[in-house]
Design a binder for this molecule. Structure first.
Ligand code: NDP
Length: 309
Protein backbone atom coordinates (compact mmCIF):
# COMPACT_ATOMS: atom_id res chain seq x y z
CA UNK A 1 0.00 0.00 0.00
CA UNK A 2 1.31 3.42 -0.97
CA UNK A 3 1.89 5.77 1.96
CA UNK A 4 1.55 9.53 1.48
CA UNK A 5 1.80 12.51 3.79
CA UNK A 6 -0.90 14.53 2.11
CA UNK A 7 -3.55 13.17 -0.23
CA UNK A 8 -5.65 15.68 -2.14
CA UNK A 9 -8.86 14.61 -3.83
CA UNK A 10 -9.99 16.98 -6.56
CA UNK A 11 -8.39 18.79 -9.46
CA UNK A 12 -10.21 22.10 -9.41
CA UNK A 13 -9.01 25.46 -8.06
CA UNK A 14 -9.26 24.21 -4.45
CA UNK A 15 -7.32 20.99 -5.07
CA UNK A 16 -4.54 22.59 -7.10
CA UNK A 17 -4.09 25.53 -4.75
CA UNK A 18 -3.87 23.07 -1.86
CA UNK A 19 -1.31 21.13 -3.91
CA UNK A 20 0.81 24.24 -4.58
CA UNK A 21 0.94 25.14 -0.89
CA UNK A 22 1.39 21.54 0.30
CA UNK A 23 4.21 20.91 -2.18
CA UNK A 24 6.01 24.09 -1.13
CA UNK A 25 5.69 22.94 2.50
CA UNK A 26 7.41 19.64 1.61
CA UNK A 27 4.31 17.54 2.18
CA UNK A 28 4.88 15.73 -1.16
CA UNK A 29 1.18 15.86 -2.03
CA UNK A 30 -0.50 13.33 -4.27
CA UNK A 31 -3.47 14.79 -6.15
CA UNK A 32 -6.22 12.75 -7.79
CA UNK A 33 -8.12 14.77 -10.37
CA UNK A 34 -11.33 12.75 -10.66
CA UNK A 35 -13.62 12.44 -13.64
CA UNK A 36 -13.63 16.11 -14.59
CA UNK A 37 -10.00 17.27 -14.83
CA UNK A 38 -9.86 20.94 -13.95
CA UNK A 39 -13.13 20.69 -12.06
CA UNK A 40 -16.43 22.43 -12.61
CA UNK A 41 -14.79 25.59 -13.88
CA UNK A 42 -13.97 23.86 -17.13
CA UNK A 43 -17.69 23.68 -17.94
CA UNK A 44 -17.50 27.39 -18.69
CA UNK A 45 -15.48 29.09 -21.40
CA UNK A 46 -13.86 32.37 -20.44
CA UNK A 47 -13.24 33.27 -16.80
CA UNK A 48 -13.36 37.02 -16.50
CA UNK A 49 -13.47 37.46 -12.72
CA UNK A 50 -10.34 35.64 -11.61
CA UNK A 51 -7.95 38.38 -10.43
CA UNK A 52 -4.79 38.79 -12.44
CA UNK A 53 -6.32 38.26 -15.86
CA UNK A 54 -7.56 41.52 -17.31
CA UNK A 55 -9.34 40.51 -20.50
CA UNK A 56 -10.22 37.12 -19.02
CA UNK A 57 -8.68 33.69 -19.27
CA UNK A 58 -9.88 30.52 -20.91
CA UNK A 59 -11.12 28.22 -18.11
CA UNK A 60 -9.16 25.21 -19.35
CA UNK A 61 -6.01 27.29 -19.71
CA UNK A 62 -6.41 28.58 -16.17
CA UNK A 63 -6.76 25.06 -14.81
CA UNK A 64 -3.85 23.79 -16.93
CA UNK A 65 -1.70 26.55 -15.45
CA UNK A 66 -2.74 25.70 -11.89
CA UNK A 67 -1.93 22.03 -12.53
CA UNK A 68 1.41 22.95 -14.08
CA UNK A 69 2.25 25.23 -11.14
CA UNK A 70 1.42 22.45 -8.64
CA UNK A 71 3.58 20.00 -10.60
CA UNK A 72 6.46 22.48 -10.80
CA UNK A 73 6.75 22.34 -7.00
CA UNK A 74 6.67 18.54 -7.02
CA UNK A 75 2.99 17.69 -6.58
CA UNK A 76 2.23 14.25 -7.99
CA UNK A 77 -0.91 14.81 -10.08
CA UNK A 78 -2.76 11.70 -11.20
CA UNK A 79 -6.10 10.88 -12.71
CA UNK A 80 -8.50 8.70 -10.77
CA UNK A 81 -11.54 8.89 -8.54
CA UNK A 82 -11.80 7.89 -4.90
CA UNK A 83 -14.23 4.99 -4.67
CA UNK A 84 -13.89 4.04 -0.99
CA UNK A 85 -12.57 5.70 2.15
CA UNK A 86 -11.94 4.72 5.74
CA UNK A 87 -11.44 7.77 7.92
CA UNK A 88 -12.06 5.95 11.20
CA UNK A 89 -8.40 6.23 12.20
CA UNK A 90 -5.09 7.60 10.96
CA UNK A 91 -3.48 6.92 8.58
CA UNK A 92 -6.64 7.29 6.51
CA UNK A 93 -7.29 4.71 3.82
CA UNK A 94 -8.57 5.75 0.42
CA UNK A 95 -9.15 3.48 -2.56
CA UNK A 96 -8.82 4.95 -6.05
CA UNK A 97 -10.85 3.50 -8.93
CA UNK A 98 -11.60 0.41 -6.85
CA UNK A 99 -8.02 -0.85 -6.95
CA UNK A 100 -5.24 1.51 -5.83
CA UNK A 101 -5.00 1.71 -2.05
CA UNK A 102 -3.45 4.78 -0.45
CA UNK A 103 -2.62 5.42 3.19
CA UNK A 104 -2.65 9.12 3.95
CA UNK A 105 -1.42 11.00 7.01
CA UNK A 106 -3.62 13.91 6.03
CA UNK A 107 -6.49 14.15 3.57
CA UNK A 108 -7.75 17.24 1.77
CA UNK A 109 -11.19 16.75 0.25
CA UNK A 110 -11.67 19.14 -2.66
CA UNK A 111 -14.08 17.04 -4.67
CA UNK A 112 -16.37 19.94 -5.60
CA UNK A 113 -20.05 20.03 -6.36
CA UNK A 114 -22.03 19.43 -9.48
CA UNK A 115 -24.70 21.86 -10.58
CA UNK A 116 -28.02 20.13 -11.03
CA UNK A 117 -29.59 20.09 -14.47
CA UNK A 118 -33.15 19.22 -15.44
CA UNK A 119 -32.04 16.17 -17.39
CA UNK A 120 -33.55 17.12 -20.74
CA UNK A 121 -31.74 15.91 -23.89
CA UNK A 122 -32.15 19.40 -25.45
CA UNK A 123 -30.52 20.95 -22.37
CA UNK A 124 -27.56 18.61 -22.74
CA UNK A 125 -27.32 19.45 -26.46
CA UNK A 126 -26.95 23.20 -25.83
CA UNK A 127 -24.62 23.05 -22.81
CA UNK A 128 -21.96 25.67 -23.48
CA UNK A 129 -24.06 27.05 -26.37
CA UNK A 130 -26.59 29.00 -24.35
CA UNK A 131 -27.27 26.56 -21.50
CA UNK A 132 -25.29 27.34 -18.38
CA UNK A 133 -25.47 26.66 -14.66
CA UNK A 134 -23.24 29.59 -13.74
CA UNK A 135 -24.67 33.08 -14.15
CA UNK A 136 -21.58 34.75 -12.69
CA UNK A 137 -19.38 32.92 -15.20
CA UNK A 138 -21.45 33.36 -18.34
CA UNK A 139 -23.88 36.22 -17.70
CA UNK A 140 -21.63 38.79 -19.28
CA UNK A 141 -22.14 37.20 -22.69
CA UNK A 142 -25.83 38.12 -22.56
CA UNK A 143 -25.60 41.91 -22.37
CA UNK A 144 -28.78 43.47 -23.73
CA UNK A 145 -30.19 40.04 -24.62
CA UNK A 146 -32.99 37.91 -23.17
CA UNK A 147 -32.35 35.02 -20.82
CA UNK A 148 -34.25 32.66 -18.53
CA UNK A 149 -33.31 31.38 -15.09
CA UNK A 150 -34.83 28.13 -13.84
CA UNK A 151 -35.43 27.84 -10.09
CA UNK A 152 -37.01 29.73 -7.26
CA UNK A 153 -34.37 29.61 -4.52
CA UNK A 154 -31.87 32.21 -3.35
CA UNK A 155 -29.41 31.25 -6.07
CA UNK A 156 -32.04 31.65 -8.79
CA UNK A 157 -33.04 35.07 -7.44
CA UNK A 158 -29.42 36.14 -7.07
CA UNK A 159 -28.64 34.95 -10.60
CA UNK A 160 -31.74 36.65 -12.02
CA UNK A 161 -30.79 39.93 -10.33
CA UNK A 162 -27.25 39.70 -11.62
CA UNK A 163 -28.42 38.87 -15.13
CA UNK A 164 -31.03 41.65 -15.01
CA UNK A 165 -28.21 44.15 -14.54
CA UNK A 166 -26.76 43.03 -17.88
CA UNK A 167 -29.54 41.59 -19.98
CA UNK A 168 -32.49 43.33 -21.57
CA UNK A 169 -34.96 40.89 -20.01
CA UNK A 170 -34.86 37.97 -17.60
CA UNK A 171 -37.56 35.33 -17.25
CA UNK A 172 -37.64 33.25 -14.09
CA UNK A 173 -39.14 29.80 -14.63
CA UNK A 174 -40.54 28.67 -11.28
CA UNK A 175 -42.26 25.32 -10.89
CA UNK A 176 -44.54 26.33 -8.02
CA UNK A 177 -46.56 29.49 -7.33
CA UNK A 178 -44.11 30.62 -4.63
CA UNK A 179 -40.41 31.20 -4.30
CA UNK A 180 -38.29 29.15 -1.95
CA UNK A 181 -35.92 32.12 -1.67
CA UNK A 182 -35.67 34.41 1.35
CA UNK A 183 -38.10 37.34 1.54
CA UNK A 184 -35.42 39.94 0.91
CA UNK A 185 -34.33 38.26 -2.32
CA UNK A 186 -37.94 37.92 -3.44
CA UNK A 187 -38.57 41.61 -2.83
CA UNK A 188 -35.51 42.53 -4.87
CA UNK A 189 -36.76 40.38 -7.73
CA UNK A 190 -40.26 41.87 -7.57
CA UNK A 191 -38.89 45.38 -7.67
CA UNK A 192 -36.69 44.73 -10.72
CA UNK A 193 -38.70 45.80 -13.78
CA UNK A 194 -36.91 43.63 -16.35
CA UNK A 195 -37.51 40.35 -14.48
CA UNK A 196 -40.72 38.48 -15.31
CA UNK A 197 -41.60 35.48 -13.17
CA UNK A 198 -43.36 32.62 -14.94
CA UNK A 199 -45.06 30.77 -12.08
CA UNK A 200 -46.15 27.14 -12.13
CA UNK A 201 -44.02 26.41 -15.18
CA UNK A 202 -41.76 23.51 -16.07
CA UNK A 203 -39.44 23.40 -19.04
CA UNK A 204 -40.36 20.77 -21.60
CA UNK A 205 -37.61 21.54 -24.07
CA UNK A 206 -34.78 23.98 -24.72
CA UNK A 207 -35.14 25.24 -28.29
CA UNK A 208 -32.25 26.17 -30.53
CA UNK A 209 -30.45 26.00 -33.82
CA UNK A 210 -26.86 25.54 -34.94
CA UNK A 211 -25.98 28.91 -33.34
CA UNK A 212 -27.29 27.88 -29.92
CA UNK A 213 -30.32 28.53 -27.74
CA UNK A 214 -33.24 30.43 -29.26
CA UNK A 215 -36.05 29.66 -26.82
CA UNK A 216 -37.71 27.33 -24.33
CA UNK A 217 -40.98 25.40 -24.46
CA UNK A 218 -42.80 25.58 -21.15
CA UNK A 219 -45.68 23.65 -19.68
CA UNK A 220 -47.83 25.52 -17.18
CA UNK A 221 -49.63 23.57 -14.45
CA UNK A 222 -53.00 24.34 -16.10
CA UNK A 223 -51.83 22.35 -19.13
CA UNK A 224 -50.92 25.31 -21.35
CA UNK A 225 -47.81 24.82 -23.48
CA UNK A 226 -46.08 27.97 -24.73
CA UNK A 227 -42.70 29.10 -26.03
CA UNK A 228 -40.52 31.98 -24.89
CA UNK A 229 -37.78 33.49 -27.05
CA UNK A 230 -34.45 33.56 -25.18
CA UNK A 231 -30.73 33.61 -25.95
CA UNK A 232 -29.56 32.01 -22.71
CA UNK A 233 -30.98 29.34 -20.38
CA UNK A 234 -29.56 29.37 -16.85
CA UNK A 235 -30.07 26.60 -14.33
CA UNK A 236 -30.21 27.49 -10.65
CA UNK A 237 -31.91 24.48 -9.13
CA UNK A 238 -29.22 23.61 -6.62
CA UNK A 239 -25.89 21.82 -6.45
CA UNK A 240 -24.93 18.37 -5.29
CA UNK A 241 -21.64 18.26 -3.38
CA UNK A 242 -19.47 15.22 -4.01
CA UNK A 243 -19.31 14.21 -0.37
CA UNK A 244 -21.26 10.95 -0.26
CA UNK A 245 -18.17 8.79 0.24
CA UNK A 246 -17.30 10.55 3.47
CA UNK A 247 -20.80 10.56 4.96
CA UNK A 248 -20.08 7.87 7.57
CA UNK A 249 -17.22 9.91 9.04
CA UNK A 250 -17.86 13.62 8.50
CA UNK A 251 -20.65 15.95 9.49
CA UNK A 252 -22.58 17.23 6.46
CA UNK A 253 -25.44 19.71 6.24
CA UNK A 254 -28.89 18.83 4.94
CA UNK A 255 -27.78 19.42 1.34
CA UNK A 256 -24.66 17.26 1.75
CA UNK A 257 -22.02 19.99 2.11
CA UNK A 258 -19.18 18.98 4.45
CA UNK A 259 -19.28 21.09 7.60
CA UNK A 260 -15.98 22.77 8.45
CA UNK A 261 -15.02 24.67 11.58
CA UNK A 262 -15.72 28.37 10.87
CA UNK A 263 -12.60 30.19 9.73
CA UNK A 264 -10.70 26.98 8.93
CA UNK A 265 -10.86 23.94 6.68
CA UNK A 266 -11.02 21.49 9.59
CA UNK A 267 -13.66 18.79 9.57
CA UNK A 268 -14.61 16.88 12.71
CA UNK A 269 -11.80 14.35 12.01
CA UNK A 270 -8.33 15.69 12.90
CA UNK A 271 -6.14 15.44 9.79
CA UNK A 272 -9.05 15.62 7.34
CA UNK A 273 -9.75 18.96 5.68
CA UNK A 274 -12.35 20.12 3.18
CA UNK A 275 -11.88 22.88 0.64
CA UNK A 276 -13.79 24.41 -2.24
CA UNK A 277 -17.34 23.76 -3.32
CA UNK A 278 -17.71 20.49 -1.40
CA UNK A 279 -17.92 22.62 1.77
CA UNK A 280 -19.25 25.90 0.37
CA UNK A 281 -22.96 26.29 -0.34
CA UNK A 282 -22.73 30.06 -0.69
CA UNK A 283 -19.85 31.54 -2.69
CA UNK A 284 -18.84 28.75 -5.10
CA UNK A 285 -16.34 30.86 -6.99
CA UNK A 286 -12.96 29.76 -8.35
CA UNK A 287 -11.23 32.37 -6.23
CA UNK A 288 -12.97 31.37 -2.98
CA UNK A 289 -12.28 27.70 -3.75
CA UNK A 290 -8.61 28.50 -4.34
CA UNK A 291 -8.42 30.43 -1.08
CA UNK A 292 -9.94 27.57 0.90
CA UNK A 293 -7.49 25.16 -0.77
CA UNK A 294 -4.67 27.30 0.57
CA UNK A 295 -6.24 27.15 4.04
CA UNK A 296 -6.52 23.35 3.88
CA UNK A 297 -2.85 22.91 2.95
CA UNK A 298 -1.78 25.25 5.76
CA UNK A 299 -4.04 23.41 8.23
CA UNK A 300 -2.61 20.04 7.13
CA UNK A 301 0.95 21.34 7.45
CA UNK A 302 0.29 22.63 10.97
CA UNK A 303 -1.35 19.35 11.96
CA UNK A 304 1.61 17.28 10.74
CA UNK A 305 4.05 19.55 12.56
CA UNK A 306 2.07 19.13 15.78
CA UNK A 307 2.06 15.36 15.25
CA UNK A 308 5.82 15.43 14.81
CA UNK A 309 5.76 14.19 11.19
P1 NDP B 1 -32.44 25.64 -3.13
O1 NDP B 1 -32.49 24.17 -2.89
O2 NDP B 1 -32.70 26.56 -2.00
O3 NDP B 1 -33.53 26.01 -4.27
C1 NDP B 1 -33.63 25.27 -5.44
C2 NDP B 1 -34.76 25.84 -6.27
O4 NDP B 1 -34.79 25.13 -7.49
C3 NDP B 1 -36.15 25.72 -5.64
O5 NDP B 1 -36.95 26.81 -5.98
C4 NDP B 1 -36.67 24.44 -6.28
O6 NDP B 1 -38.08 24.41 -6.38
C5 NDP B 1 -36.08 24.55 -7.67
N1 NDP B 1 -35.94 23.26 -8.30
C6 NDP B 1 -35.29 22.15 -7.81
N2 NDP B 1 -35.35 21.15 -8.70
C7 NDP B 1 -36.07 21.63 -9.76
C8 NDP B 1 -36.48 21.08 -11.00
N3 NDP B 1 -36.17 19.81 -11.33
N4 NDP B 1 -37.20 21.84 -11.84
C9 NDP B 1 -37.52 23.11 -11.54
N5 NDP B 1 -37.16 23.70 -10.38
C10 NDP B 1 -36.44 22.97 -9.50
O7 NDP B 1 -31.02 25.89 -3.85
P2 NDP B 1 -30.18 27.24 -3.99
O8 NDP B 1 -29.00 26.89 -4.82
O9 NDP B 1 -31.04 28.34 -4.42
O10 NDP B 1 -29.67 27.55 -2.53
C11 NDP B 1 -28.87 26.62 -1.79
C12 NDP B 1 -28.58 27.18 -0.40
O11 NDP B 1 -27.72 28.32 -0.52
C13 NDP B 1 -29.84 27.69 0.29
O12 NDP B 1 -29.73 27.42 1.65
C14 NDP B 1 -29.83 29.17 0.03
O13 NDP B 1 -30.53 29.89 1.01
C15 NDP B 1 -28.33 29.45 0.06
N6 NDP B 1 -28.00 30.66 -0.74
C16 NDP B 1 -28.04 31.87 -0.12
C17 NDP B 1 -27.80 33.03 -0.82
C18 NDP B 1 -27.89 34.31 -0.14
O14 NDP B 1 -28.16 34.33 1.05
N7 NDP B 1 -27.69 35.41 -0.81
C19 NDP B 1 -27.44 33.00 -2.25
C20 NDP B 1 -27.44 31.67 -2.80
C21 NDP B 1 -27.72 30.56 -2.06
P3 NDP B 1 -39.01 24.09 -5.12
O15 NDP B 1 -38.98 25.32 -4.27
O16 NDP B 1 -40.33 23.83 -5.75
O17 NDP B 1 -38.43 22.88 -4.44
Amino acid sequence: MEKVKCLILGGGPAGFTAAIYAARANLSPVVYEGIQPGGQLTTTTIVENFPGFPGGVDANTLMDKMREQAKSFGADVRSGTATAADLSHRPFKVVIDGETEIEAQTLIIATGAQARYLGLPSEEKFKGAGVSACATCDGFFYRKRTVAVVGGGDTACEDALYLASLAKKVYMIVRRDVFRASKIMQEKVFSTPNIEVLWNCNTQEVLGDEMGVTGARLLRKDGTVFDIAIDGFFLAIGHTPASELFAPYLERDAAGYIVTKPGSSETGVPGVYAAGDVQDPHYRQAITAAASGCMAARDAEKFLLEQGN
